[in-house]
Write a protein that binds this ligand. Structure first.
Ligand SMILES: [Zn+2]
Length: 326
């Protein structure tokens, strides 16, 4: 499409229609209609009937510069060609698809895939049993499935963050959004708890991709807010879907969670139609610049970005009346 004259008018008069909303009646029947005005501002959203089939390809221990050790899980799936990830805090979280025994594989194969218990050390030969601690895995002989035994895993609802990739905010030091800060903060909280999972979805720019996101940034510099910019590019305000996250959480056995989010839609989306995952508690993510502490992204752009989240996308954030440092 061509844009001959971009004036503030265009941004103000644009209808805000989210294409993810296609059948209000059905959504209402599902109890998903927040305010029913179809402005994309409610929890009105159709959820997929079928979750993607995910398969954990590999898991590896990553010592981090921040202190806590993490276990990075890499997933393939049958819906897209992207490598979605789970950043897991806690050795005892077990991916069903990773640990399932495969015909003909050796103990060395299993260690290389990351399907082992305890810690890898030079010379270790057995994936299913850690000689150092005596910890052992048990399998269903008929199916090869891992048998998760009571007392061997964490039983409290796990702290979870669903994070969508943001190259600009995480790698290019962008102060247009607070993704990098939120990612760091989620990791910090999980490190303190010693348990948690960040599901890292490769859906850059609310799902529109990095190239389109850069165009949206130019529209924002021309006066649009984040929602208007996406709509001008003929993208929904938020093109992300979270069925992938649900499928990954189910695979990891994390059915009871405490979700770190300000976005009420995300709670409904991650629980899904069949409610295979239960959000027991919502843990708010307060931007660091608003907490009165030091650090955090602070810029004119991020202020507008957060304001749009609250005013147009229904995020549950209340901005402090007086900002510190002003
Ligand atoms: Zn971002």
């Amino acid at each position: 499409m061509t844009h001959e004259h971009i004036t503030q008018d265009i941004f103000e008069t644009m209808p805000i229609i989210s294409p993810t909303v296609s059948n209000e009646e059905q959504a209402r029947a599902l109890g998903l209609d927040g305010d029913g005005d179809g402005d994309g501002n409610s929890s009105l959203r159709l959820l997929p009937d079928v979750l993607p089939a995910v398969q954990c390809i590999a898991r590896a221990r990553i010592p981090t510069t921040q202190g806590p050790e993490i276990f990075l899980h890499l997933y393939s799936n049958d819906m897209d060609k992207k490598e979605h990830l789970a950043i897991v805090f806690g050795e005892d979280v077990r991916s069903r698809s990773l640990y399932r025994r495969r015909a003909g594989e050796t103990q060395a194969d299993r260690m290389i895939r990351g399907a082992y218990v305890g810690k890898l050390t030079p010379g270790r030969r057995d994936a299913d049993r850690d000689a150092a601690t005596g910890a052992a895995l048990r399998f269903d002989e008929a199916t090869g499935d891992l048998v998760v035994e009571a007392g061997t895993t964490w039983t409290q609802p796990t702290l979870v963050r669903i994070h969508s990739e943001c190259y600009t905010g995480e790698t290019a030091w962008s102060a247009r959004c607070d993704c990098g800060e939120q990612f760091d903060e989620a990791g910090r909280l999980m490190g303190l708890e010693g348990h948690g999972c960040i599901v890292y979805l490769r859906q850059e720019g609310r799902g529109i991709g990095l190239g389109e996101k850069l165009k949206a940034y130019n529209l924002q510099d021309l006066g649009a807010d984040t929602v208007q910019a996406n709509l001008l590019l003929r993208h929904p305000a938020d093109k992300r879907s979270f069925g992938m996250a649900t499928a990954i959480l189910v695979d990891l056995g994390l059915a009871d969670i405490r979700l770190l989010t300000n976005n009420p839609d995300k709670i409904i989306a991650v629980e899904g139609k069949r409610r295979l995952v239960h959000v027991r508690e919502r843990v708010p993510m307060v931007p660091l610049a608003w907490t009165g502490g030091t650090g955090g992204v602070s810029s004119r752009e991020v202020e507008g970005y957060l304001r749009t989240k609250v005013e147009k996308m229904g995020h549950l954030l209340s901005k402090p009346a007086v900002r510190t440092g002003e």
